[in-house]
Design a protein around this ligand. Structure first.
Ligand code: NAD
Length: 326
């Protein structure tokens, strides 16, 4: 039986549970929340949808349920409040919440894959790997899976092609330093440039950079309009969980420990990765031009600074606060 535990039953956790239910991805969904009453309310609401969807067992649980879970999704965290609290406060509070949760999970010797969505997701994925003691392949962050989908959708709209036929990745940090990889983007087997040439439309680099910038700020725009984002991430988490449960070997941009051979240091960030029952079975070496390689290096350095600030890596945090407040 495919069992998914979701820790954190707020907007992201509940929406993920709903997406898992509607898609029939999990046979059992267990919700855990610090405020148990909230988890109970979410479970009753979800059960009301079950008859119209799939036969899925949905229950409120506790950390002992993590032992037999195939996927444990962590969505507990700091409420999304753009511009109200500093990113440093969010970083430290998020790390504190995650630490308690991961230590509790680890106590129950989990057999499945940890999937982190809480922000800052790359920093917290690294922390979850360190604190859980699990192999790095079994600790994944949702990373830029959502940004990649936003990017593909926008490119598809520009060229009037379905997003599923647009192959383009956002890699690096799920955040401001994310890297759009345009050099290897393609549609129907053709590079963007060749595709444009064949269609008689201009290959407009300025417009492509504007699409990359819109992708970067998309989450913030949604937060400003409605206070939080949850449908996109709920669907992305469901896609990743499904790939694990169905042993798919699908390629997704998720966050995981960067392979040493890439020389990016000890950080978790997103690269195209093969996802199956083991978690991240392989991180793929993507071809990048010089600017993209440099941008990926910068993204990794920023993440190292954030890890130091949160007291998660050994690197001294002194003098590095400014990078969070710019
Ligand atoms: P929310 O405030 O609606 O829900 C968070 C829930 O976590 C709350 O119900 C709270 O009670 C619970 N919680 C806090 N500490 C807990 C603990 N120790 N154990 C169990 N439950 C605990 O917030 P949200 O909108 O659902 O966002 C949750 C997280 O997801 C945030 O960190 C947010 O930034 C992140 N997020 C990530 C992405 C992404 O792309 N990775 C997208 C959207 C949101």
């Amino acid at each position: 039986m495919n069992r998914v535990v979701i820790i954190g039953a707020g907007s992201v956790g509940a929406t993920t549970a709903y997406a898992l239910l509607i898609s029939g991805t999990a046979a059992e969904i267990v919700l855990i929340n610090r405020n148990r009453q909230l988890a109970e309310g979410q479970v009753h609401d979800l059960k009301d949808a079950a008859l119209f969807a799939h036969t899925t067992r949905i229950v409120v649980g506790d950390f002992s349920d993590c032992q037999s879970a195939d996927v444990i999704i962590i969505t507990a965290g700091v409420h999304q409040t753009p511009g109200i609290r500093s990113r440093l406060d969010d970083l430290r509070e998020g790390a504190g919440i995650l630490r308690d949760i991961v230590l509790e999970i680890a106590r129950h010797d989990p057999r499945g894959v940890l999937l982190v969505a809480s922000n800052p997701v790359d920093v917290l994925t690294y922390a979850a790997w360190k604190w859980s003691g699990l192999p790095s392949s079994r600790v994944i962050g949702s990373g830029t899976s959502l940004d990649t989908s936003r990017f593909r959708r926008r490119l598809g709209e520009r060229y009037a092609v379905a997003a599923e036929n647009v192959h383009a990745y956002i890699i690096g940090e799920h955040g401001d330093s994310q890297v759009p990889v345009l050099s290897s983007a393609h549609i129907a087997g053709m590079s963007l440039e060749k595709f444009c040439c064949g269609q008689g439309v201009p290959y407009d680099v300025v417009a492509l950079h504007a699409i990359a910038q819109e992708t970067r700020s998309a989450g913030l725009q949604i937060q400003r309009a409605k206070g939080a984002t949850y449908y996109g991430i709920g669907a992305a988490l469901t896609r990743i969980a499904g790939a694990i449960l169905r042993d798919e070997n699908v390629v997704l941009t998720v966050s995981s420990l960067a392979p040493e051979s890439l020389g990016l240091g000890a950080v978790c960030l997103s690269l195209p990765s093969v996802i199956n029952r083991e978690g991240v079975s392989r991180v793929l070496r993507i071809s990048l031009n010089e600017n993209e390689q440099q941008a990926l290096q910068t993204s990794a350095e920023i993440l190292q600074q954030h890890l130091a600030l949160a007291g998660i890596s050994e690197r001294a945090a002194a003098g590095e606060e400014r990078c969070l407040n710019t």
